[in-house]
Design a protein. Structure first.
Length: 229
């Protein structure tokens, strides 16, 4: 698949995202998570001990990237990603490992932002990323000013904060800055459905593994994601 450069979505008034995601004592440790494929395949990633953090599992991450690449290892080369509620940074790091040109890690927690930095350092990644330690409105304001174009937007709010999904996807659906070829992907609980349609943004596919699901959205919808991927 070849992604076309597309403008990043804009959200207004969405403050303090992720601030309640990390509530315990700090302390980093290798968690058993690993990079699935690409340049850094098999390398371990740190998480936070005693923290309220739920990184995307290796299995679900593998499924996500299998869908996005559809058997083409070069499918994600030169793409631009926005990893919202980035947590450990595992999804964005996987994208970098598979050839993404730029990943913006957005996370409001200072502990998580530091963790992402440490994970990148442990892999020797020195370019092709930015860590944005800010609330979401601040992140979007900065990236919009810089005319950032995101090919993939991945959002993974804390599962218990269900309103975050509605607020985010509604803002995306009403925004003219999400174009037809942008993919917006939301990770959520299996028992929770964030919705089929948000303005012009429509769900094109839903995948479930265990207790987690991935919902894929695109402006105008698309009957079969894999026809393009």
């Amino acid at each position: 698949m070849i992604f076309r450069p597309l403008l990043l979505f804009y959200m207004v008034g969405y403050i303090g995202f992720g601030t309640r995601r990390f509530q315990g004592r700090t302390g980093e440790a290798f968690s058993g998570m690993r990079v699935i494929a690409g340049k850094y395949r098999g390398r371990p990633l740190r998480s936070l001990r005693g923290e309220d953090i739920r990184p995307t599992s290796d299995r679900l991450r593998e499924t996500l990237f299998n869908v996005l690449t559809a058997g083409n290892p070069q499918a994600l080369e030169s793409t631009v990603w926005l990893d919202l509620f980035a947590g450990t940074g595992a999804v964005g790091i996987e994208a970098l490992s598979r050839g993404a040109r730029q990943v913006y890690f957005a996370e409001n927690s200072a502990a998580a932002a530091k963790l992402i930095e440490r994970n990148l350092q442990s892999l020797g990644i020195e370019e092709g990323f930015r860590i944005l330690h800010d609330d979401l409105s601040g992140v979007i304001w900065r990236l919009k000013r810089e005319h950032v174009a995101a090919d993939v937007v991945f959002l993974d709010p804390p599962y218990r904060m269900r309103k975050f999904y509605e607020d985010t996807l509604t803002a995306l659906g009403e925004s003219s800055l999400v174009w037809a070829m942008s993919l917006v992907i939301a990770e959520h609980e299996k028992k929770f459905d964030p919705g089929e349609e948000f303005g012009s943004l429509r769900r094109i596919r839903k995948l479930t593994q265990g207790n987690s699901s991935l919902s894929f959205y695109r402006i105008g919808g698309q009957p079969d994601l894999n026809k393009e991927l």
